[in-house]
Write a protein of this length. Structure first.
Ligand code: GLU
Length: 308
């Protein structure tokens, strides 16, 4: 299979699509992004990489950062994390607050905002926010094997200023004792991790360890155990696209995590890692054309966790 020809063809076909979804506008800094941006990058376990479109342009990875933060938090506290966040699909929006009341401040999973805020709180324990943020950034840089990756301060500030929902979630969980640090510090960590910027090429590289039993095939570094990599993939498949997770599993058939910046990271266990970027979102807050691109890649390569 000529992967380069495949992604070039998909990019060309999707260029003509008129409906590109809505760019996220609740974070003012993200609303400025050109909806016509589009990129695909694939990194394979044998060290090859393929890319097309704006694949060298950094974008806000937003909730895709939740995957790296989860891996880091599990490394710190192990399975004890599951006392503070569960592992069930939420079936509700990324920033929903209603479930939290019924479930006594324990979020459904680490990929909805409430769960990711708990994960940020775990990473923050015993540190200053600056150190925790540095640790997350370091993890991403090691995974991507690229020290140039940075956090965009304008985006984190923009989120901080507009983050009323996330502040509500964090305060609500704090009232149940499930946020241990001062709420503004935990939120500071969370907003900064969401403001990490990466290109599709960097992101595809950073996802490779999840396709390869926790070990980065290019550097040989063991990032996490094989067991954890499998479980993170399971959570990406069941919870990676909020209440669009079932549809993503149905259409694409691969573990994936989306972000409101329009990026999606998808993992093909044993084969490859794929990053796509198209800023327009569907109703569930997932990249519209990014999902379509992954669907086409999966269809034409027969890559799926559900069989050939
Ligand atoms: N930073 C975003 C928020 O907290 C992340 C949401 C997302 O990417 O889905 O609202």
């Amino acid at each position: 299979m000529d992967l380069q020809a495949l992604i070039d063809e998909i990019a060309e076909d999707l260029l003509r699509v008129e409906d590109r979804g809505q760019v996220a506008n609740y974070i003012p800094e993200l609303a400025k992004i050109d909806a016509r941006k589009f990129a695909i990058a694939i990194a394979t376990l044998d060290g090859a990489s393929y890319s097309t479109g704006d694949a060298r342009e950094p974008f806000s990875i937003q909730s895709i950062s939740k995957v790296f933060a989860l891996a880091l938090a599990l490394g710190k506290v192990g399975d004890g994390l599951w006392n503070r966040v569960r592992r069930e699909p939420s079936g509700s929006a990324f920033n929903s607050i209603v479930q939290l009341e019924h479930e006594h401040g324990i979020p459904r999973n680490p990929f909805i905002n409430a769960g990711a805020i708990v994960v940020a709180d775990v990473i923050l324990a015993g540190h200053q926010p600056r150190e925790a943020i540095g640790e997350i950034l370091r993890f991403v840089r090691v995974a991507a094997n690229d020290d140039t990756i940075r956090i965009n301060p304008a985006v984190s500030r923009s989120e901080q200023e507009a983050g009323f929902r996330n502040a509500a979630l964090a305060n609500y969980m704090r009232s149940f004792g499930n946020i241990k640090n001062p709420v503004e510090m935990t939120l500071g960590v969370y907003f900064h991790q969401c403001a990490v910027e990466m290109t599709c090429i960097q992101l595809a590289q950073a996802g490779l360890f999840l396709a390869n039993g926790g070990r980065d095939p290019t550097t040989g570094i063991s990032v996490i155990s094989a067991d954890r990599a499998r479980r993170i993939n399971a959570l990406m498949l069941t919870c990676g696209h909020y209440d669009g997770s079932g549809d993503f599993a149905f259409k694409v058939g691969l573990p994936g995590k989306s972000g409101v910046g329009g990026g999606i990271l998808a993992v093909v266990p044993g084969r490859a890692s794929i990053a796509v970027w198209s800023p327009g979102l569907n109703r569930q807050g997932n990249s519209l054309l990014g999902t379509r691109a992954l669907e086409l890649i999966a269809q034409r390569t027969n890559w799926s966790v559900f069989g050939p």
